[in-house]
Design a protein around this ligand. Sequence first.
Ligand SMILES: [Zn+2]
Length: 277
Amino acid sequence: MIVAGGWLGLVAALAAPIAPAKIVVLTFDDASTSHHTVARPILKRYGFGATFFITEGFTFPTNKHDYMTWRQIADLHRDGFEIGNHTRDHLGITEKTVPRLATQLEVIAARCRENGIPAPVSFAWPGNKFHVTALTVLQQAGIRFARRGGEPEVPYSVGGGPPYEPGADHPLLIPTTGDARPNWTLEDLKRAVVQARDGHIAVLQFHGVPDGEHPWVNTPRERFEEYMAWLHQEGFTVIALRDVARYIDDKNLPADPMAVINRRLKANPPPVSPSTR
Ligand SMILES: [Zn+2]
């Protein structure tokens, strides 16, 4: 028998709807030219959403063979894709660099506004390095969603992490479920996205498709085409990071952002071998 208080508790817990199965968040890092030339037409063909995280780091200012122009980035926005912030200099976030983060975010937000793109509400931690003292800086900059890597739950060398659990994972520490690597095959992609069930969402991280300057995270064009065709054929719903808003109760964020991470580490300690990053 369920008493009235029980029902009220249930209603509170269901303030945000539970994510249906087969939801995939698609993200691209580092503003590779191939995001415009290769990914864009494929995603438009299938009606997929995606987030493109922009940095002016690496050789972005001068190397327009490997990195998009702001005009190309604006095209992606006009097509309905999300433009996210990845800091001006691809700044790795540690306790020491947190004081520089606000300016780093503001430069990219200003460039977006200059190019007719709204200031980003999504962020990807550069190099997947995160530090909890940066969360308030992100919030103050208007960032509502942030994607990290699969660490610390899963070593970097594995190329992925846990599925995203809305409600349990803090929205500024959303894990990468599948992190595409040069040696990936369709089987690796399947291993990641099969976890998009039981209210969990699979988050994919790509770099260039292909990637000129970062061969260790390159995805060949043919593989990328194969992955997207398979997701389409299997009926996955492919969305941008900002679209997870509907599964989050903003008034009920986890009090301890590290709690779910520590819970997973305790339940499933990773091997002691060091990260190969
Ligand atoms: Zn990056």
